[in-house]
Write a protein of this length. Sequence first.
Length: 233
Amino acid sequence: MERKFNYHPEAKNKFSYANEQENVTFREYGRNIQNMARHLLTIEDREKRGRMAITLVELMKQLNPVVGEPNDYYQKLWDHLHVMTEMKLDVETPFPKPDTEVLVKKPRTVPYRVGDARFKHYGRSLELMVAQAIELPTEEERENASIYLCRLMKMFVLSHSKDLVEDTVVIENLKKLSNGKLILDAEKVSSQNLLSINPKDILQGPFSNNQRQSGGGQRNNRNQRHHQHKRRR
């Protein structure tokens, strides 16, 4: 038997596109939950409206479960329900209605340091290390720190470029970063090859863990005393 469908030209198309509808406040619940939340406002019986609100919260929990269910989980669900109803829902709830000012309050602006780094390929961390090196008490410590910083700067350049930077370039850059307070003798650096970028030298620089270095020195001293004692025997 052939089926026939009647077509009524006066019938209106009830379908609509999503971009023509109201935005979904919480995507984790979906549009249908939001529509049901708005429907609660049309229920005149307050007791019935409260029962349906509890059922809707349980449905929200099933749609967006949380492992362990922290203590504030149900309060969060009720807060979301109040937000979806534009804070107009009047029911008996186990938690107070959230403060409207807190919901619309904008987060505080995260402060950022004003001004660009003098040498962006070295970064701001190097500038902080340069400031620490300037405060070292002795000339020898400042020189060792300057050598370490120049080696580190050469490695930073290698991470961005395959070409090895000249020693004179990093020495001059360090001078500028320290405002002329950290100066290395280029001839001494060249003759003694002080700026070789051996990874071990970088890891054992003046800014590494002092406690680890002191512990290593103590172990070496104990080993030396042990060998000397054996030779005496």
